[in-house]
Write a protein that binds this ligand. Sequence first.
Ligand code: NAD
Length: 501
Amino acid sequence: MKQHEWFEPGVALRTQLYIDGFWCAGEGGQRLPVVNPSTEATIAQVEAGNAADVDCAARAAARAFRTWKKTTGAQRATLLRAIARGVSDRRDHLAVLQSLNNGKPLDEARIDVGDVIATFDYYADLAEQLDEIGESAVSIPGDAYRATIRREPAGVVALIVPWNFPMVTTAWKLAPALAAGCTVVLKPSEVTPLPELELAAIVADAGVPGGVVNVVTGTGTEVGAPLAAHPLIAKVSFTGSTAVGAQVMKTAADTIKGVSLELGGKSSIIVFADADLDLATDLVAGGAFFNAGQMCSATSRVLVERPIADALATRLADRVTRTVVGDPFKAGVQMGPLANRAQYERVQRYIARGKDDGARFVIEGEAPAGPGYFVKPTMFVDIPTESPLWREEVFGPVLCLRSFDSEDEAIGAANDTEFGLVATVVTRDAGRGRRVAAGLDAGVVWLNAPQAIFPQTSWGGYKRSSIGRELGPFGLAAFQEIKQVLMPAGASGAPECVRGA
Ligand code: NAD
């Protein structure tokens, strides 16, 4: 594969830990290879952090918290906007890093970078608002006392993120954590540490004081688990698989840490017979094949009303066979490789199992033979509902289509899962659209809309998909403690509204 012009010898990739404002080697003296999933070539060796590095980072964050928590929202907003500008200035460079390390097409990587900028700008605004609402009077009965509620930063927080949207999942945590006045130890995925390390450099250049943001690269066992256990960490905000999320929750329980979890999904797109078929085809393909299907929000279960089932299947079959899979830097490529070998092998196992499970028919697209973790986009029609392909999160470019006869049946089929992250509904009947949206156990419903996500809204799901919500004011609240202050009504210092969180 042609190297992108930015990725030249002499342009250093960040590979060290970032602790207390310094780039440093890990205590253990070990390194981890970082692989380009399009070529399987090793592109960097990053520090393999361990529990000693976690301890060092947590202590640095605890020291920094003493002063960072006293900054005003306006001061933090200035730094958050400087980070957004820094990301914007290095937009091309970051998009290339995303594609190089994760394998997503460059156009998709650019969307990710735009999302990161929007998230930092949005939480800058919320940080500023904290100066107005950081302490507010509460109406209580009687006139003997006055009460106020203060929103204070939760403390030192651990941010643990996956590999499918590096930088985006990080920004959704880092921006609100900093806005709230928390200090941070971030653990990127060992699969995709390069974009996060570059983000750390941008944070440093923006003028964020040393110790406020610390980045420890390494494995889940060597870095993630010690972070979830560390006594100085007040809260863990985790995005990743449901199995590891449960493990993080158990570990955090020993020291009664707060946890926010963004986990897996098995989401549906429901297409009614009155739908615009072109729109439905685009929305199904986007929900299954964007980021090569490696999305917690993949709508990989397609529920289609019976009268249009064959017509939609025909259009989707055409889409599957025409999807261009290949080098993410090449113009016209719509889908890159999966991000790592383990995921590639996992998805191949699901596809093989699905073929054995008795689908009515299977349509496969084309993909380069390798090297690189390229998987053919694949569609299964009428796979039995007990097949793992229908029930479990595949996290690859695989969609399963089944038909339904009534609105209630569609809602029941969509809700028949242990997850509850998102859903899409396609219908021209606005009343039905809202009715179905209300009936779905999902934290996000897109109605005749692609999977657009605005930082002003919310992110997270029902059941085993999440605990808590990211984005919007909910994302900020996840990094705050609430304190009430009660005093005799005549006491001085009981303001209606006080500046500073
Ligand atoms: P993963 O759970 O394997 O790893 C996530 C992170 O946890 C990584 O940084 C990993 O090193 C770390 N980790 C592993 N073991 C740990 C432990 N014992 N303690 C603490 N940390 C540990 O997930 P993944 O394979 O990187 O990502 C894919 C998963 O992420 C999918 O299930 C996907 O649905 C989910 N995801 C969810 C959302 C969401 O918003 N709900 C978004 C993106 C991805």
